[in-house]
Design a protein around this ligand. Structure first.
Ligand code: ADQ
Length: 459
């Protein structure tokens, strides 16, 4: 159904994400990737303004240049219901296999729906028929459906950065009956892994209105849509350059002391308590006189206003204290737990300096730290990546030391193996990991998604 002024999808790209940089775009991370895409293709980036007392309709321009940036308004009450509530106390725990942490509050879903509706109205008011609409993440699962109700026929894609819930867990969502219609309103619903696609397909199989066609596309209520995996990557070349050039901060480690590193937002999905305990198990088994390892865990707090995040913080501090209490000596602190934020260059330099990385989430859409760590290594003398089976990254990174983070004994074995791995095996594993990190990088991801979205046909 081509229109007068060009085929659908040949126009601007309109990106929607909850977070939008208000000033300079920080190097690295998703916001950096979006900046790159829009700088090359032109378009508009829409994100949430800081909460205020009243929320006006429409968009406020906050910058223009190679592309435009604009914000939509949300009220303080909506921030609490939409962001802290439905997005981060319902969708986040559920999609990370933690239905036990679900926290339903009256009005939270209504706030989420209201914000999604306002975003949809703002987009509908400015979208040209050829524009591609690319929605980011779990904050906006209802925007596409709202757009369709406003008769917007543009190509609409969503990329979910977090895992898709299992068919059983998803039943804990009060809005589960509506979820498949939210998904079906997109042309392309993108997920991180094949495992996620399987879960989403499984859920849709229970929707009597949806049918999977022989070409692999879904059909529902007169429309076609696709559920596909696009594993997100990093700017591998840029990250490697940064790591090579980085000045490694003075760590004051004893000579020959092995360094293990972990870098995560402080989140219960990242498996930090299990990680600390597995490291504690490793220390308990360490033979007297063996080098004394240091585990540097960098974990800045996030979402401090959500109770589950306060709880995990306390639990982690307790675990660190008790392990250090049991093993520390006058000149040795086994766990260094740092809550600060650092420049990417510092993080990159620390990765390069480390002998092993512990990337061991209990659930994670992808986990970019695993990829950053590989990109940062010196190929001649690389560190070892210890990676959880439950990180989306495990699907592409089979040459890491894959671990089950719940099983502290085998996890401790993996730490031991990493710290004693012969150079030839380290090089071999790293070389294999490096191929996927550099080939399936952030540019590859963006291109793969946009190519699908452009090439799709809804009817
Ligand atoms: P996150 O849950 O935020 O992202 P992740 O993919 O690990 O998780 O990205 C974190 C980023 O923040 C990394 O680039 C890391 O270097 C950086 N970072 C963390 N702590 C830092 C600190 N103290 N100082 C500086 N930088 C720090 C979500 C999903 C993931 C998915 C991404 C992208 O939960 O599974 O990989 O989106 O899709």
């Amino acid at each position: 159904s081509s229109r007068s002024s060009g085929a659908p999808g040949s126009g601007r790209i309109i990106v929607v994400s909850n977070r939008i940089p208000k000033g300079d775009v920080p190097a690295g991370g998703l916001v950096f990737a979006i900046d790159e895409v829009l700088t090359a293709a032109g378009g508009l980036w829409i994100g949430a303004a800081d909460p205020t007392e009243f929320a006006l309709e429409g968009l406020t321009e906050i910058g223009s240049g190679a592309y435009d940036r604009a914000t939509f308004a949300i009220t303080e009450a909506e921030h609490s219901g939409y962001y802290l509530g439905y997005a981060n106390s319902v969708l986040w725990p559920l999609f990370h296999h933690r239905p036990d942490l679900l926290n339903f509050h009256d009005g939270d879903f209504e706030a989420y729906a209201a914000v999604n509706r306002r975003v949809a109205r703002a987009i509908a008011a400015i979208a040209e028929p050829e524009d591609l609409i690319w929605i980011q993440d779990y904050h906006f699962l209802m925007v596409a459906q709202e757009l369709r109700q406003l008769n917007v026929t543009n190509r609409i894609g969503l990329f979910l950065h977090i895992p898709f819930p299992s068919p059983t867990d998803v039943m804990a969502l009060p809005q589960v009956a509506a979820l498949s219609s939210w998904i079906a309103a997109h042309d392309v619903f993108g997920l991180q892994t094949k495992r996620d696609v399987t879960s989403a397909n499984e859920m849709l199989r229970h929707d009597s209105k949806a049918s999977l066609m022989p070409n692999g596309r879904w059909h529902r209520a007169g429309h076609q849509f696709q559920i596909l995996s696009f594993p997100i990557g990093i700017d591998a070349v840029g990250f490697e350059e940064t790591a090579k050039a980085a000045d490694v901060p003075q760590l004051q480690l004893a000579a020959k002391a092995p360094l293990l590193i972990g870098v995560d937002r402080l989140d219960y999905s990242k498996g930090l308590v299990h990680r600390f305990k597995a490291f504690g198990d490793y220390l308990s088994r360490r033979t007297e006189g063996a080098p004394r390892p240091t585990f540097l865990q960098i974990a800045p707090v996030s979402r401090e206003d959500v109770t589950a995040y306060q709880d995990i913080r306390e639990e982690l501090e307790q675990a660190a204290g008790s392990i250090n209490g049991a093993h520390a000596d006058l000149d040795w602190t086994p766990i260094r737990y740092v809550r600060r934020h650092f420049d990417r260059a510092v993080i990159a330099g620390l990765y390069r300096r480390a002998d092993a990385a512990l990337v061991t989430p209990l659930a994670d859409g992808m986990n970019l730290v695993a990829k950053e760590f590989v990109a940062a290594q010196d190929p001649d003398d690389p560190g070892v990546l210890i990676l959880s089976h439950f990180a989306g990254a495990a699907e592409q990174m089979e040459d890491a030391l894959l671990v089950n983070p719940f099983d502290h004994g085998s996890f401790a074995d993996a730490i031991d193996r990493a710290l004693h791995m012969p150079l030839a095996e380290r090089q071999e594993r790293h070389a294999a990991l490096r191929v996927s990190v550099f080939e399936e990088d952030i540019a590859w991801w963006t291109e793969a998604f946009l190519k699908r979205l452009r090439g799709t046909n809804r009817t």
